[in-house]
Design a protein around this ligand. Structure first.
Ligand SMILES: *[C@@H]1O[C@H](CO)[C@@H](O)[C@H](O)[C@H]1NC(C)=O
Ligand SMILES: *[C@@H]1O[C@H](CO)[C@@H](O)[C@H](O)[C@H]1NC(C)=O
Length: 596
């Protein structure tokens, strides 16, 4: 049986009108001193304030004004503009949680003494040139959690005293040249959780006193050579949780004072010779990446390094590092370090140079789980001649560092087959218990059917941004962590059939916006996994056949607004809510037959 979903249009586009009633009367905040005064004094004070027309008119409706601290707070009131009647001597203005949409030129012209301005969660999409022009005393500006997409050339003009600028959790994808050119006193610029992909030359020109630049949680995959030009005072740079496949050697040489670099959670697979050329760097974080090779002279030009974090990579062995003279700690936890004869030089070096090794041996079996510090160099052996040869061959296939990727050899994890011509990689039925890493970045089809993953942790597929089709059938999966497929920007087909899924995290499909065909048939759902499709604006077909879903509630398809086919054959559905399919106006195929 196939029936057709009725379309219900006309519901989208309607917004609740902002209620104009029920606003609270403005209050005067009392300092503790006043609160301990006799009651009559308090009453008299209140009367005095409420009877002073000059003051009342200066505290805008819906706001709370403290005339002693010179602060005004209008929080969560759905205000659509900056209230025009704020007392001009105000120094702190808090407008969090309103609905301002656009900040016009001169938006704060009436309050020139402001030092602190909070504008989080205001639905701001656009900051016009000169919006803050009159605020020459402002030291702190918070624009987090808005919808800003572009930072224009003169967006921050006039903020000549500003020390901290927070623009986290917006949608910034473009920084126009000169956007920060007047912020000569800025110490901290925070742009985390935005949509930056590329950083152009001179993006941060003019930041003459900047100390810390935070660019974490963007999608940066390319930095222009002069992206960081002019940042002569920067000491800390956060670039973690981006999509850099190679260490940006050239751009980093423009940062002479940098001491700390956070680079974790990027899909890098190797670090070649003299990659890190940073004379003052002391702390380098390269954790949670996909490093398989690490040249022993990659840090030759980083003489002051004291802490190196290589935790959670795919390293099996490491040679003694040359370059850093004062390395105190080397974190190797979460790697697959083999404590055999190949590790001996590193262990000897760490004793001699007093470098603390953090981490444990992954093998051979008699050392498995032992901390690296506890094994003595003579114990690091490759037993017999034969075993040694075997280990050597094995090591060669795993460890031989290609300093640059060889154009005619396709990258492929152990126990998988990868074909260069077709861009297909397969590890089907190989008994893998973890999602293998280290596939060639141009892989298009990834076939992982019939393994034993049981659970797919976050960011399980780093560096395979070109994969279009991912096969995970019959992998005994019962849980998919949030952001599991993060970074698979080209993913269109995802096959999760014949697993043990009974629910899905709302973030399970975060980071795969192109996903179009999703197969979840023959799992163990008893409820429709509704929240999970919010992040799939391009979903066309959803297969949930042969589960045990009992009913379809209201708005189960919210977010999947382009859905055309919903396949639910072979479930036990006994009730369907009237508005079950409301947010999917294009739905034209719906299969609900209990058996096929
Ligand atoms: C603000 O608007 C939203 C949605 O329009 C509404 O739910 C909320 O109650 C409003 N808040 C106030 C304080 O009026
Ligand atoms: C080593 O890295 C792990 C995992 O990233 C971290 O939890 C631990 O604190 C680090 N240890 C040291 C001593 O730096």
């Amino acid at each position: 049986m196939a029936c057709y979903a009725q379309q219900e249009k006309g519901l989208r586009g309607l917004r609740d009108p902002v209620s104009s009633a029920l606003w609270i009367v403005h209050l005067v905040e009392m300092s503790p001193m006043e609160c301990t005064a006799p009651l009559w004094a308090v009453v008299a004070l209140l009367l005095l304030f409420s009877a002073t027309p000059a003051y009342s008119s200066k505290c805008p409706k819906f706001c709370i004004c403290d005339n002693i601290q010179l602060t005004v707070a209008c929080i969560g009131k759905n205000l659509t503009e900056v209230p025009p009647t704020i007392n001009e001597i105000t120094v702190k203005l808090d407008l969090r949680g309103n609905d301002i949409q656009e900040l016009p030129t001169g938006a704060f012209a009436h309050t020139p003494y402001l030092t602190h301005l909070s504008l989080q969660r205001c639905n701001i999409r656009r900051v016009r040139e000169g919006a803050f022009r009159s605020l020459g005393r402002l030291v702190f500006l918070n624009l987090a959690n808005n919808n800003i997409e572009i930072l224009y050339q003169e967006s921050f003009d006039g903020l000549t005293s500003l020390k901290q600028l927070l623009i986290d959790h917006n949608r910034v994808e473009e920084i126009q040249p000169g956007a920060f050119s007047q912020l000569g006193f800025l110490n901290l610029l925070s742009l985390t959780h935005n949509q930056l992909v590329y950083m152009p030359n001179m993006a941060f020109q003019g930041l003459q006193n900047i100390k810390w630049l935070r660019l974490s949680h963007n999608s940066l995959n390319n930095l222009a050579t002069e992206a960081f030009a002019g940042l002569f005072t920067l000491t800390r740079l956060s670039l973690d949780h981006n999509e850099l496949q190679f260490f940006p050697t050239q751009p980093m040489t423009r940062l002479p004072e940098l001491t700390r670099l956070d680079m974790g959670y990027n899909p890098m697979t190797y670090l070649g010779e003299e990659t890190v050329a940073m004379p003052k760097l002391t702390h380098l974080f390269l954790d949670h990446m996909s490093l398989q090779d690490f040249s022993h002279i990659s840090l030759a030009l980083a003489p002051r390094l004291t802490y190196l974090d290589l935790s959670h990579n795919q390293l099996r062995v490491l040679q003694p590092l040359s370059g850093p003279q004062k390395l105190a700690r080397l974190n190797l936890s979460g790697n697959q370090i083999l404590c055999n004869c190949y590790l001996r030089p590193l262990r000897e070096w760490s004793i001699k140079e007093r470098v603390r090794l953090v981490g444990a041996c992954a093998g051979p079996p008699h050392f498995s789980g032992e901390s690296l510090e506890s094994v003595h160099p003579p114990e690091l052996r490759c037993q017999s001649q034969e075993a040694m040869l075997k280990a050597e061959l094995e090591e060669q296939s795993r460890v031989t560092p290609p300093p640059t990727p060889k154009p005619n050899r396709v990258k492929c994890p152990t126990n998988c087959d990868c074909e260069r011509e077709t861009y297909h990689s397969s590890c089907e039925n190989r008994g893998h218990t973890k999602v293998p890493r280290g596939f060639s970045p141009d892989t298009r089809l990834l076939d992982l059917r019939g393994n034993h993953f049981h659970y797919i942790p976050g960011n399980s597929f780093p560096g395979v941004t070109e994969v279009v089709s991912l096969h995970l059938q019959r992998c005994k999966i019962h849980e998919i962590e949030g952001s599991a497929f993060n970074g698979m920007k080209s993913l269109v087909y995802l096959y999760l059939s014949e697993n043990d899924l009974s629910s899905l995290s709302p973030d399970a499909f975060k980071g795969v916006p192109q996903l179009t065909y999703l197969h979840l048939e023959r799992n163990k759902f008893t409820q429709f996994p509704k929240a999970a499709f919010k992040l799939l604006p391009n979903l066309l077909a959803l297969h949930l056949e042969h589960n045990s879903i009992t009913r379809l509630e209201q708005s189960i398809l919210s977010g999947a607004e382009k859905l055309r086919g919903l396949y639910l054959t072979g479930n036990v559905i006994h009730s369907v809510a009237p508005k079950a399919f409301v947010p999917a106006p294009d739905l034209d195929t719906l299969h609900l037959d209990p058996t096929s």
